[in-house]
Each structure stands twice: as structure tokens, then as C-alpha cells.
Design a binder for this molecule. Structure first.
Ligand SMILES: Nc1ncnc2c1ncn2[C@@H]1O[C@H](COP(=O)(O)OP(=O)(O)O)[C@@H](O)[C@H]1O
Ligand SMILES: [Mg+2]
Length: 468
């Protein structure tokens, strides 16, 4: 029920709330306690001032006695002194040391409203106020009021007990509320976790709350999209595997069939030789197919890891032409190359050679003898454009983008007869895209195909006459 996340979140929330509560209560408690103490001290001073006023009105023994008698019945103590600092009367016993301290502070300059002599109720046994006595315009003594600090401590202690019980109550309340709070926060996350687990185990996730408008809704939508992508990839992979199996089965069927025929006892030498040629052809085809599949698998894993270096296009083309030249010559197809000497660009030479070989091979396959194939490269607005043009039968409009798909062939049986796997253009496309370029097939006016590669300019690109 509780995940690790909710426990951690709960502990975090609890400690934060606890700190806030303690801080708030402490501040509140201290300020309330001080307020309460100030109130008591203010009352004490007011009481002293009242006694002083009465004494100023009728300064005689009867009044003095009256004042002292009043205070002997209360928790307070009153000490009345004369103008010279001698004690006239007092309402109770006062610690001699304290009394000495008080009398020591006897002075004439005290304001008429009185003053607080000792307010430190936390450290001292008594708080003390002082109301000056003035008779006929002359300073004639003091009325000191003493209140035991325990009085304040008691009320404050009372308050503290109430604070502690309220504090304990709020901590308990916090503890009770936190599980709901954390569950509220973590529930969508936990659900998301469950959903991704379903994803990983290959099921379509259920219970995604994509209707939320917050970040969790965004996350849910992303996961939904991820799931659809995964589903599509799975389907594509299955389709691909089915095509691979199919493509592999054809040559294997041939090989097995002709091997059976060749090993039959009645087969004559001439036929056996023919069968062997077919078997060798099909084995070659199988070999090519497996090689290209490996190439594609590599490209799927990390994208074709192209290692770029500055390459002169004309010299790259030259090495390709020397490879395919004999085949063109044999078939009687003319091969012309128009590439400026100063075209230098950042390429993976080995990979790009593979691209040109594939395109020229296709062009040769689909061009009848007596016609021409042209390899051309020009500087374009944004970078480079490389084209391979032929005068063959062309690619129907509807197939022009499909020919770059794996195993796609316009004429399956013809392609297979000529050793085609249907993977060449798929690989070409991967390589070109790994270079940040694009490739498209177009019809050539007057018949034939134009394969057009566009490579975006990189910063280092440009003419380099010194090397051209
Ligand atoms: N220059 C071209 N002229 C006409 N058709 C072409 C040309 N290049 C490619 N194609 C068509 O595109 C298909 C895919 O090409 P590719 O991927 O190289 O496979 P293949 O192994 O058949 O050559 C070919 O089977 C062919 O039908
Ligand atoms: Mg090909």
C-alpha cells in the first residue's frame, strides 16, 4: 500500500510541518508569555501609583496604615520610604538583601508615572515597581511594590501546558493527515509506474489519466504516445522479420531444390554443372542479403556511425567509377561523370562510396544498352546536390517514395532474377540521412530516373582550390 516514495515524501512533509509547527508555537508562546508578564507588571505599577496618590492626598499614619493593611491581605508587598531613604512602613517581610537593593535605588529623579525597577521574572524572585511620593512640591519618598515572580510563572506555566496539549494534538493531526496527502500526490505516479511496467511487458497500458491538465497529464499523454510508438515499432519489426524470413526462404528453396536434383543418380554431367551455377548464384544472393541485413541492423542500433573527413567528391567518384566501369562497358551503357574538381565536403568516404555504388548499380540494371547514365554533383544554395540520372524504364510515380523502404521492389521477380534484394536503397537512405542529407527519386523527362541527394552545407565545407 505504501511505496518507498510515499514513505519518503511522508517523512519529508512530516518533518517540514513539525518544524513549522514548533516554530510557530514557540514564537506565539514567548510573545504571549511576555505580554502576560507585562500586564502583571503594569497592574503592579498602577497599584503602586494609586497608593502613592492616596498618600499624597492624606499623608498621615492612618492612611499609611490603611495602605499597608490592604497589601498584607494580598500577594503583593508594599514598602513606603521617606525622602532620606528610611523605611516608613511595609506590609510584609522582605529579604534584607533585596530591601537593601531597593533602597539603594532611592533617588529623586523618578518620573511621576513611576518606573519598573525589576522586570526579570524569569531570573528574579520578585518584580519591583517604584512610584515616587511628592508632598507640597518636594520629593518625600517612594512607594515600592513587590510581586512574587512565581505569580507570573504560574500563569505562564498554565499557558505552557495548554500549548503543549494543543501542540501534541496538532502533531497527531499531522500524522493522521500525512498518509492521505502523500497518497494523493503519489497515486498518479504509482499508477504511471504500473502503466510503464505494462508497457515493458508488451501490453497496451490501461488506466492512464490523460484528461488532467497538469504535468501529470502531460506525462500520461507522453506515455500514451510512447506506447503507441512501441506498438507501431513492434508491428514494423514483425513485418520486417516476416519479410526477412520470406526473402531468405526463396534462395534456400532454390539451393535445396537444385542440390537435390544434382545429387540424383540419373543426372547427367551437363545438367549438374548448370545446377551448380544456380546454387552458387543463390548462395551469392544469400550472402549479399545477409550482409545488407547486417548493415541495416547496425544502422538501427546507433544510426550509421559516420566518421566525417574532408573528401574531394571528384576523387571519390573516380574510385567508384573505376569499380563499376567494367560492368557498364560490358553492358554497353555509357557512363559520364560531371563533378567539379574543387568540390570538397565533409563525408564518410567509405559509406558514401557504398551510396554511389548502389545508385550506379541500380541505374545500370535498369538502363538498356546504348543509353547513358550520368553522375553529377553541383554546389546548391544550401550545400551540395549529387544526382544519378539514367535513361532506363523509370520508376512509376506512385512507387517513387516506396522504393526506399526495405524489401520494396517495383518488379519483384525481375529484381530477384538480377540478384536484387530490395535493401540497397533502404541502406542508401540510412547513410544519406546519417550525413544529415535527404534523397529522393524523380522521373526524368524523356524517360529514366533521377536519384537526387541533397547534403546540407557544414561550416567547414567549401571550395578548396589548393586541393582541387
Ligand atoms: N534507376 C532505377 N530505375 C528504375 N527502377 C529503379 C531504379 N533504382 C531502383 N529502382 C527500383 O527500386 C527498387 C528498389 O531498389 P533497391 O533497393 O536498390 O533494390 P534492388 O535490390 O532490387 O536493387 C528496385 O527493385 C527497382 O524496382
Ligand atoms: Mg539495388
Amino acid at each position: 500500500m505504501f511505496s518507498k516514495l510515499s514513505i519518503r515524501l511522508g517523512l519529508l512533509l512530516f518533518s517540514i510541518l513539525l518544524v513549522i509547527e514548533i516554530l510557530l508555537y514557540a514564537v506565539l508562546y514567548v510573545s504571549l508569555a511576555d505580554e502576560r508578564a507585562d500586564e502583571v507588571i503594569g497592574q503592579l505599577l498602577a497599584r503602586g501609583n494609586t497608593h502613592r496618590d492616596v498618600l499624597e492626598d492624606h499623608f498621615d499614619d492612618v492612611t499609611l496604615n490603611h495602605v499597608v493593611m490592604m497589601e498584607s491581605a494580598s500577594d503583593f508587598t508594599v514598602v513606603v520610604t521617606d525622602g532620606r531613604g528610611g523605611v516608613l512602613d511595609r506590609s510584609g517581610g522582605v529579604d534584607p538583601a533585596l530591601l537593601k537593593d531597593i533602597l539603594h535605588s532611592d533617588e529623586e529623579t523618578v518620573p511621576n508615572a513611576g518606573r519598573v525597577l525589576e522586570s526579570g521574572w524569569r531570573d528574579h524572585e520578585f518584580i519591583v515597581t517604584d512610584s515616587p511620593l511628592t508632598l507640597e512640591g518636594r520629593h518625600s519618598g517612594h512607594v515600592y511594590m513587590l510581586a512574587p515572580s512565581s505569580m507570573i510563572r504560574e500563569t505562564v506555566g498554565d499557558m505552557r501546558r495548554r500549548f503543549l496539549s494543543i501542540g501534541a494534538f496538532s502533531v497527531i493531526l499531522t500524522i493522521l493527515v500525512i498518509p492521505f496527502l502523500t497518497r494523493f500526490i503519489t497515486r498518479p505516479l504509482i499508477r504511471m509506474k504500473r502503466v510503464t511496467e505494462q508497457l515493458a511487458s508488451g501490453n497496451h497500458p490501461s488506466g492512464l489519466d490523460t484528461s488532467r491538465s497538469d504535468e501529470l497529464g502531460d506525462l500520461a499523454r507522453s506515455i500514451g504516445k510512447l506506447s503507441n510508438d512501441l506498438e507501431r515499432m513492434r508491428e514494423e519489426r514483425n513485418e520486417f522479420l516476416a519479410s526477412v524470413a520470406h526473402e531468405l526462404r526463396t534462395p534456400i528453396t532454390y539451393i535445396k531444390g537444385y542440390a537435390d536434383l544434382a545429387s540424383k543418380t540419373g543426372t547427367d554431367c551437363q545438367s549438374r554443372k548448370e545446377y551448380n551455377v544456380i546454387i552458387r548464384d543463390q548462395a551469392g544472393h544469400l550472402n549479399r542479403l545477409v550482409g545488407q541485413l547486417l548493415d541495416l541492423a547496425r544502422s538501427d542500433r546507433q544510426g550509421f556511425a559516420v566518421s566525417l573527413s574532408s573528401v574531394s567528391l571528384s576523387s571519390l567518384a573516380e574510385s567508384v567509377l573505376s569499380l563499376v566501369g567494367p560492368a557498364f562497358h560490358d553492358k554497353g551503357v555509357q557512363l559520364s561523370c560531371r563533378i567539379p574538381d574543387d568540390l570538397i565536403t565533409e563525408l564518410d568516404a567509405g559509406r558514401f562510396q557504398q551510396v554511389l555504388l548502389n545508385l550506379l548499380d541500380n541505374a545500370l540494371k535498369h538502363t538498356p544498352s546504348g543509353k547513358e547514365v550520368t553522375l553529377e554533383a553541383v554546389r546548391a544554395k544550401k550545400g551540395l546536390r549529387i544526382t544519378v540520372m539514367d535513361e532506363g524504364e523509370g520508376i512509376p510515380e506512385g512507387d517513387q517514395s516506396a522504393v526506399f523502404e526495405r524489401f520494396y521492389r517495383v518488379d519483384k521477380s525481375r529484381s530477384r532474377k538480377s540478384g536484387g534484394t530490395g535493401l540497397g536503397l533502404a541502406i542508401v537512405k540510412e547513410i544519406v540521412e546519417a550525413h544529415g542529407g535527404t534523397i529522393s527519386a524523380e522521373s526524368r523527362t524523356g524517360g529514366g530516373t533521377v536519384m537526387k541527394i541533397t547534403l546540407e552545407r557544414r561550416r567547414e565545407d567549401g571550395a578548396n582550390p589548393a586541393r582541387g
